[in-house]
Design a protein around this ligand. Structure first.
Ligand code: CP
Length: 318
């Protein structure tokens, strides 16, 4: 594997999950693989889980790790070619990328959607430049349109907890006060569509995702109807994708908050969310604290998904 930005890059999902479960049984089994290798993690945006779990995964593999927060202590980076750099951005990505690459063997990048220009976001301009100009294996730590390390961890978590071969998975939009990217729901949909699980997406009208990611999923605008018989409820907020409202909050309807009354409609479903989560906006205290909440094991599996991905990228260097 030379890069990791989407579900296609991981190949066979059953093999990937089996490898993840093997690593989970002994996460230090490959501690020699990364000896004298360096991972550079570059953050254009904040993180708790991705930062810690990815660093831990790399350390499990014996790597050295460097972390750069672009907006805290580094030169502000210009990402567009052709710009007259007379503003506050002192360095261009086209110099910064090869310089950073000269200090490391692998690069992880977090660069969220700006939510101003759909075409720009969906072209993935920042991470694509790292892939093109670094000469190093690059992996996404959440890019503009996908968060594959999260989705892989979500899939591992579902595999660990499912009690039927084809569980019903429901991804539900839930309210949030700020405009969030579509990366997590896009990516979750992409990964679940690559399985044979039953898959339903529910959201208010106007929150339709890019059809490329919706794929074979059934879209149900009645949240309560969608929840009926569900085995897993995956909650997430996202901003509007459809024009003319791209990147905007068009509803904060608290009737979409996941609560115990709605969870009672399910097949005793597990509750999932990638975190961070706004309690009593996305989900009630009662649901997230219930014994069916998987948010902590799901976050813990971020270490495992990252370890599989970094292991495979290291193997490509040999
Ligand atoms: N789920 C997730 O990616 O969390 P962070 O934004 O804290 O890394």
């Amino acid at each position: 594997m030379k890069k990791f930005t989407c579900v296609e890059d991981i190949g066979d999902l059953r093999a990937a999950v089996a490898e993840a479960l093997e690593i989970k049984r002994d996460r230090f089994a490959y501690s020699e693989l990364g000896r004298n290798r360096t991972l550079l993690m570059i953050f254009f945006n904040s993180s708790l889980r991705t930062r810690l779990s990815t660093q831990k995964a790399a350390m499990n593999l014996g790597m050295n790790v460097m972390v750069l927060d672009v907006n805290q202590g580094a030169w502000k980076l210009e990402t567009e070619r052709g710009v007259v750099m007379d503003g506050d951005k002192a360095e261009h990505l086209l110099e910064a990328i090869p310089v950073m690459a000269s200090y490391c063997d692998l690069i992880g990048v977090r660069s969220f959607a700006q939510l101003k220009d759909k075409a720009e976001d969906y072209e993935e301009r920042v991470i694509e430049q790292f892939i093109r100009y670094s000469g190093r294996p690059v992996f996404s730590m959440e890019a503009a349109t996908r968060h594959p390390l999260q989705s892989f961890a979500d899939l591992i978590t579902i595999e660990e907890h499912k009690t039927t071969e084809r569980p019903k998975i429901v991804m539900t939009w839930a309210p949030h006060p700020k405009a969030l990217p579509q990366a997590v729901p896009n990516s979750f949909a992409e990964w679940i569509n690559a399985t044979d699980y039953e898959f339903v997406i529910t959201h208010p009208e106007g929150y339709e995702l890019d059809p490329k990611f919706v794929g074979r999923a059934k879209v149900e605008y009645d949240q309560r109807k969608a929840f009926e018989g569900a085995d897993f409820i995956y909650a997430k907020n996202w901003s509007a994708y459809a024009d003319p409202n791209y990147g905007q909050v068009i509803s904060t309807d608290r009737d979409w908050t996941v609560d115990s009354e709605k969870m009672a409609l399910t097949n005793n479903a597990y509750f999932m969310h990638c975190l961070p989560v706004r309690r009593n906006m996305i989900v009630t205290d009662e649901v997230i604290e219930s014994e069916r909440s998987l948010v902590i094991p799901e976050a813990a599996n971020r270490e495992i998904s990252a370890e599989v991905v970094i292991k495979r990228l290291l193997e490509s260097l040999k």
